[in-house]
Design a protein around this ligand. Structure first.
Ligand SMILES: [Zn+2]
Ligand SMILES: [Zn+2]
Length: 327
């Protein structure tokens, strides 16, 4: 099979011919139909996050068909369409797993980080961490659901009781979660890189009530906000536009340093919380809703071999919506 492989951070991925992997105990072999490109893939490729091993196949927003079952798998069938996300495996035994916090599992294995991911024609995944997807519909349209949607939904859950929400960074995750928010009757504002008029127009087209530069004040203070952009400087800015009692959610796995700020920004019971990974419950929550709404990703596709160009488009903030590789 063909795979785009990371050998060294800050170096381009390398196109390789590899044997098709065989599914181990509890795993399925998946023929990849589409594989989304996430900012986390970019953080790994750029050396901001260090994976436990190299070489590595990135990609944790996989849509494909089950091609073969490994030993002991009865929950999936050959030919079934499934999705695979970031949460690749958890131990079920550690303190966090036993508390139902599998997103914090100390032994967790993440797809495209510990485990080879989806920037390839085939991949293997643990069957219990795959999700059945609708048979109808295009694989490329569902690939962004698998991280932007799933982990974005976990972030959203922490502001789900709010009626006016801000999204800082209006990329892959925000444009999907905005559709859920709108479906649930919420109003939202979008904050984008200063001067990015195309991103503002995109956010307005997706239902934002107002879209502005991240340095601007919104028309009204907000009850909640999610920062999807990996920019620590946004924390005091977002807090300064939150109502007392408001919640600020940090939705990314990586962020530039958080600046010092006056306590007054936080006082009056404002809350800041980070979000780490996701649980399968988050995934089920999003995947029940998404086809009903329906959540539609705006997608730019690249052939698998152009994974480096796709990463560059994300690095430059050139894409509107989500970027997906097609083998
Ligand atoms: Zn665990
Ligand atoms: Zn991701």
């Amino acid at each position: 099979m063909r795979a785009m492989v990371l050998h060294q951070a800050k170096k381009p991925l390398v196109l390789e011919d590899r044997p098709v992997p065989s599914p181990g105990d509890g795993q399925v072999l998946i023929r990849v139909e589409a594989s989304g490109v996430c900012r986390t893939d970019l953080h790994i490729a750029d050396g901001e996050l260090s994976p436990p091993r190299l070489p590595l196949v990135l990609g944790h927003q996989i849509v494909g068909r089950v091609e073969a079952l490994g030993p002991g798998v009865s929950s999936r069938r050959v030919g079934e369409r499934v999705g695979v996300g970031w949460l690749g495996w958890t131990c079920g035994e550690c303190k966090h797993c036993r508390r139902g916090e599998e997103n914090l599992c100390v032994n967790a294995q993440f797809t495209g980080f510990h485990l080879d991911g989806g920037f390839a024609e085939y991949t293997v995944a643990f069957a219990d961490y795959t999700y059945p997807l609708p048979e109808g519909g295009e694989a490329v349209d569902m690939a962004p659901w698998m991280c932007a949607g799933l982990t974005g939904f976990r972030s959203y859950r922490f502001v789900r009781d709010k009626s006016l929400i801000g999204f800082y960074g209006f990329g892959s995750a925000a444009h999907l979660i905005a559709q859920v928010a709108r479906f649930e009757g919420k109003r939202f504002y979008a904050f984008v890189r200063p001067g990015d008029e195309a991103a503002k127009a995109f956010a307005m087209q997706m239902g934002a009530e107002w879209a502005g530069d991240s340095t601007q004040a919104p028309p009204e203070p907000m009850e909640g906000a999610i920062i999807f952009a990996p920019v620590g400087d946004l924390i005091p800015q977002a807090l300064s536009h939150l109502e007392p009692g408001g919640t600020l959610v940090l939705g990314g796995i990586y962020m530039s340093p958080v600046p010092q700020m006056p306590y007054a920004l936080l006082w009056r019971e404002r809350t800041i919380r980070s979000v780490a990974n996701l649980t399968r419950e988050d995934a089920r929550g999003f995947l029940q809703l998404a086809p009903k709404i329906p959540v539609r990703a705006q997608v730019e596709t690249y052939p698998l071999e152009a994974a480096n160009e796709a990463l560059e488009a994300l690095r430059r903030g050139r894409a509107q919506g989500s970027i997906v590789l097609v083998p």
